[in-house]
Design a binder for this molecule. Structure first.
Ligand code: HEM
Length: 401
């Protein structure tokens, strides 16, 4: 019988070994510890994410203890009764996403380019004279927080507060969260609600070129987001967009530290940065798993799955499936047909994918312009993350010009 044990320290360092064993021994695996089905094959993950008839994003449908906990949390949490894009199924999801897509457009993201370049340059200026620093603290963490704050319209004076809120919320993105973490996240949400409510009122009177102004002013046009839906969406952006992008930047630099040939290649051909970002996403995905609930009793690849059971599509494992990717354990910035699943698939495909790609590309470009050598520093790295997220909380590196 195949064993999946994400609680051992070696899993945090390298989950791909366990994924690989599971994929060949038992690709649809029942984890008793997680009370969930674990999928490690590319095709299986893809099928689950596409199949909205049989798989739900709404945790309230889960049977047993998990469903009870989600339902209880939704009853007591601030904004718990408001539909959140990430956890609602079509047709409500289609309606909500349609409204959000009208304001969160590729054009709005493109318009951010000069600001992202400026922020990346400022952050790199701060480390320019150093030859050793923590990449997470100096670059990977601040960039996405500042960008989302500016996208929403948060003034620079509130940035630190915003960063703290974001960190506290990120602490509850695990499958099982401690009561303390849930309590802290609820308190943080309460503070964010107060903050954003005032902010929305201010923007109603004096609109600016930011997302909150766009949402509150769209309200007067008819069927639009309610105040609570705007609040829930703004808070979702903090949870969904910050730690994930931090992980992309950190995992990317680590991949280059361990693959110096790729680093030399990219220094010679900076126009390949976009392809490199896609390979980082595939090779060491910031999001490792996406959770769904079976809506019906079904037979999946010959395995019976009952309605209400939790299914984890491990996209981090799917991205290393040799049936889909040639030589999957090799970091190859020239890889063709890189159809990784790191941003999910189907109706819930990551809304912030263009923004995450842009932020990472801009920062890497600025970073590679300045440094010709990157190596691991002597002090230890620290891994954060959860079963579903993968990244560093500390990544000390040495650089030379
Ligand atoms: C490298 C960085 C990122 C990764 C790997 C990532 C990954 C994902 C994945 C896998 C999903 C699908 C979840 C599901 O199907 O249940 C998702 C959804 C989402 N992401 Fe991202 N994300 C990233 C960055 C961002 C950013 C920067 C933002 C916003 C500024 C963002 C906002 C969202 C939102 C709002 C959703 C929900 C979409 C929906 O349910 O319709 N993400 N992301």
């Amino acid at each position: 019988m195949a064993i999946f044990n994400p609680f051992v320290p070696s899993f945090k360092i390298n989950p791909y070994l366990q994924y690989s064993r599971l994929r060949s021994d038992e690709p649809v695996h029942r984890s008793m510890a997680l009370q969930a089905w674990i999928l490690t094959r590319y095709e299986d993950c893809l099928n689950v994410l596409k199949d909205i008839e049989n798989f739900s994003s709404d945790g309230r449908y889960a049977s047993g203890e998990i469903g009870r906990a989600v339902r209880e949390q939704r009853k007591t949490a601030p904004l718990g009764d408001v539909d959140s894009l990430l956890t609602v199924d079509p047709p409500t999801h289609t309606h909500l996403r349609g409204i959000i897509n009208r304001e969160f457009t590729p054009r709005r993201v493109e318009r951010l380019l000069p600001r992202i370049e400026e922020i990346a340059c400022e952050l790199c200026n701060d480390i320019d004279v150093l030859d050793e620093f923590d990449l997470i603290d100096s670059l990977a963490l601040p960039l996405p927080v500042i960008v989302i704050a500016e996208l929403l319209g948060i003034p620079p004076s509130d940035r630190q507060l915003f960063k703290e809120w974001s960190n506290k919320l990120a602490a509850t993105t695990d499958v099982f969260n401690s009561e303390q973490a849930i309590k802290e996240a609820q308190e943080t949400t309460q503070e964010l609600i107060l903050y954003f409510s005032d902010f929305m009122n201010a923007r109603r009177r004096f609109p600016e070129d930011d997302l909150i102004s766009a949402f509150v002013h769209a309200q007067s046009d008819g069927v639009e987001l309610s105040d609570d839906e705007i609040l829930a969406f703004s808070i979702l952006l903090l949870v969904a967009g910050n730690e994930t992008t931090t992980n992309l930047i950190g995992n990317g630099i680590m991949a280059l530290v361990n693959n110096q040939k790729s680093f030399s290649l990219i220094k010679e051909n900076p126009n390949q940065i976009s392809a490199m970002v896609e390979e980082i996403l595939r090779f060491d995905s910031p999001v490792q798993g996406v959770v769904r609930i079976a809506k019906n009793d079904l037979s999946f690849d010959g395995t019976d799955i009952s309605a209400g059971e939790v299914v984890m599509a491990m996209v981090g494992a799917a991205n290393h499936d040799p049936e889909q990717f040639v030589d999957p354990e090799t970091f190859d910035i020239n890889r063709l047909n890189n159809r990784h699943l790191s941003f999910g698939l189907g109706p819930h495909f990551c809304l912030g994918a263009p923004l995450a790609r842009l932020e990472a590309s801009v920062l890497f470009k600025e970073f590679f312009k300045r440094f010709s050598v990157i190596e691991s520093a002597r002090s230890d790295v620290e891994r954060g993350g959860t079963l579903l997220l993968r990244g560093f909380t500390k990544l000390p590196i040495l650089v030379k010009k």
